[in-house]
Design a binder for this molecule. Structure first.
Ligand code: TRP
Length: 335
């Protein structure tokens, strides 16, 4: 029996921040040895809202380099770029034709993003979830690590699988039904300027997040200015103190200490004592990632070779699934 397969991806839009790292990639790193993993840079998703052609390629390399810098290990995992495997687009077309329009117009993320785009909503934004379904289904993934905001997309993927198998594959199922891999509690990182909102790439203020590549000066400045409260003594899980909970959680995750240890250590602290401690811990935790990232980015030949062999491995599996899907749909396959 082979290991179960995991697939996940990150869009190359701007740099990764602590929320992406602590909420997603660090968990991938922790579980990777138990699975056969495919980690994709989803550059086709990145153009579903207006994008900058001048930075797309470099942002794509940057995400791949950050995967490596964060500890994705090529012994267990394959890193590749979505647009390098044409099967993603092709399966998307085939699945488009069996996906009811209202499944897509009802998606929460589509509705939220469409409002932001105003008059100029592209068809690609509507189709985003079908492309994501194709990412997952091409690799017959068993498990998909997703955060809360992506659960609906995984549900849609499952609906598409059931519909496809029902219509075209009565006897044997051609597409595998994927399961979400829900991460452990405590890894939801909130904004530095509002403890009730998720830390996000799309927040207009860079002060709201710590990017993995921020310099020590930037990290010091952001933590110094981040939102706190006037209460003395720091504690977890006080619903009235979302910022306090978030900053303690960050300290816990970045220091590697347990919740109990942090709760005891910080119980009598004021912000003036805690903030420099958090800043120093953050800087030290990010330093090895930043150094590794720089090393990889300085060796483009190495990064290209990683992505080339990633593409080869990914493509072999993706093409096999695509052929099965086309056969099930009745296509005359090329001989
Ligand atoms: N939509 C995901 C996000 O924004 C990114 C993504 C694209 C993805 N394809 C995927 C995640 C496949 C998991 C599996 O976070």
């Amino acid at each position: 029996m082979g290991r179960q397969r995991v697939l996940s991806g990150v869009q190359p839009t701007g740099n990764l921040h602590l929320g992406n790292y602590l909420g997603a990639i660090r968990n991938w790193v922790e579980i990777q040895s138990q699975y056969e993993n495919f980690f994709c840079v989803v550059d086709l998703h990145a153009i579903t809202v207006p994008h900058n052609p001048a930075t797309l390629a470099n942002d794509t390399y940057a995400i791949a380099a950050l995967y490596l810098a964060c500890g994705i290990d090529l012994q267990h995992s394959t890193i590749f770029v979505q647009s390098h495997v044409p099967a993603h687009c092709e399966l998307t077309w085939l699945l488009n034709c069996i996906t009811p329009l209202n499944w897509l117009t009802d998606m929460i993320q589509f509705k939220e993003k469409a409002v932001k785009q105003g008059e100029n909503v592209g068809v690609g934004l509507l189709d985003y979830p079908v492309l994501m379904a194709s990412d997952i289904l091409l690799y017959q993934a068993d498990k998909v690590p997703v955060g809360e905001d992506q659960k609906q997309h995984l549900e849609l993927t499952r609906d598409i699988v059931n519909r496809f198998n029902h219509q075209f594959a009565k006897d044997e199922s051609v597409l595998k039904l994927p399961e979400p891999l829900i991460r452990k509690e405590g890894a939801r990182v909130m904004s530095l300027t509002d403890g009730t909102k998720k830390m996000s790439k799309s927040d207009p203020s860079d002060m709201s997040r710590i990017n993995l590549l921020d310099s020590p000066e930037e990290i010091n400045k952001k933590i110094k200015r981040c939102k706190t409260d006037p209460v003395r003594g720091l504690a977890f899980d006080d619903a009235e103190r979302p910022e306090c909970n978030n900053l303690l959680t960050l300290y816990m995750l970045l220091s590697g200490k347990t919740k109990e240890e942090v709760a005891t250590e910080c119980a009598d602290m004021g912000w003036g004592q805690f903030k420099p401690l958090l800043a120093e811990t953050t800087i030290n935790a990010l330093k090895p990632i930043q150094e590794k990232y720089q090393g990889v980015m300085d060796d483009k030949g190495y990064l290209e070779s990683v992505l080339r062999s990633g593409r080869e491995k990914a493509e072999a599996i993706a093409n096999e699934t695509l052929t099965q899907v086309k056969a099930a749909m009745g296509y005359a396959l090329p001989l």
